[in-house]
Design a protein around this ligand. Structure first.
Ligand SMILES: C[S@@+](CC[C@H](N)C(=O)[O-])C[C@H]1O[C@@H](n2cnc3c(N)ncnc32)[C@H](O)[C@@H]1O
Length: 226
């Protein structure tokens, strides 16, 4: 992507209300399904970065309205598991990333995979089971998705060192916001049980980060000559 002076500019895509505090790209498009472009735009305005970011309300699974190879980087925080956990989707999203560009995702996960037979009983009762847990996967599972795409080199795909502690922090944050009301505690007891269980057992709730780089020679649009 070049500006009027022919200088190369960085273009970034944030998917799923990623909302980086300080976008490092010169221009960023942020797409989210549930949050309106107005609400997302207001968030960027409040952070003082609205002149760098265009907000769009879009389903990332549908035809994204961008040119192929357009973005230098694609970022998704805590949302990819809900819409992107397949080789097909990753291959599709990579259409919009230039060769050498990087896709970085981060979010919640389990430390390892399990089957319905090996799933510990404690996780079977969870308000979050259908909406979130059932889509959580382990870092090795995500690595395999990227490797099976055959379009990227996996630079990192691992559990964060404080992945479990981040769950504890989130619980404390949510509890404080609810003033530790009895109602809130009763409704969220299951989450505390899961976090405590995970301190001594596998699989446990944690977080991961993955960064992959699009290989050269993989774009469908080849650079034009001359
Ligand atoms: C759990 S929220 C994460 C919000 C934020 N990134 C964070 O870390 O707090 C997941 C976000 O993914 C978005 N999302 C879910 N499915 C999507 C899709 N198909 N396309 C684009 N965004 C989607 C939702 O609208 C939601 O804002």
């Amino acid at each position: 992507m070049a500006d009027a002076q022919g200088q190369r500019r960085n273009a970034g895509l944030e998917v799923g209300n990623a909302c980086l505090a300080e976008p490092s790209a010169d221009s960023v498009v942020a797409v989210d399904l549930w949050i309106s472009a107005t609400e997302l735009g207001d968030k960027f305005r409040a952070r003082g970065c609205h002149d760098q970011i265009v907000a769009l309300q879009l389903d990332a699974n549908r035809d994204l309205p961008f040119g192929e190879d357009w973005f230098d980087a694609i970022f998704c925080m805590q949302g990819f598991h809900s819409f992107g956990g397949s080789v097909e989707f990753v291959r599709y999203l990579l259409l919009y990333l230039r060769e050498g560009g990087r896709l970085c995702i981060a979010g919640s996960c389990f430390s390892e995979e399990f089957t319905p037979n090996t799933l510990p009983e404690v996780y079977r009762w969870a308000d979050d089971w259908d909406t979130e847990y059932s889509r959580y996967h382990s870092p090795p599972w995500w690595r395999e998705i990227f490797e099976r795409c055959e379009l990227v080199d996996v630079l990192e795909c691992s559990e964060l060192e404080d992945g479990l502690v981040m769950w504890e922090d989130e619980f404390l944050y949510r509890g404080e916001r609810a003033s530790w009301s009895g109602t809130w505690l009763a409704e969220h007891r299951w989450l505390a049980e899961h976090i405590f269980y995970g301190r001594d057992h596998h699989p446990y709730l944690t977080h991961f980060i993955a960064t992959v780089e699009k290989r050269s020679g993989t774009s469908r649009r080849r650079p034009s000559r001359g």
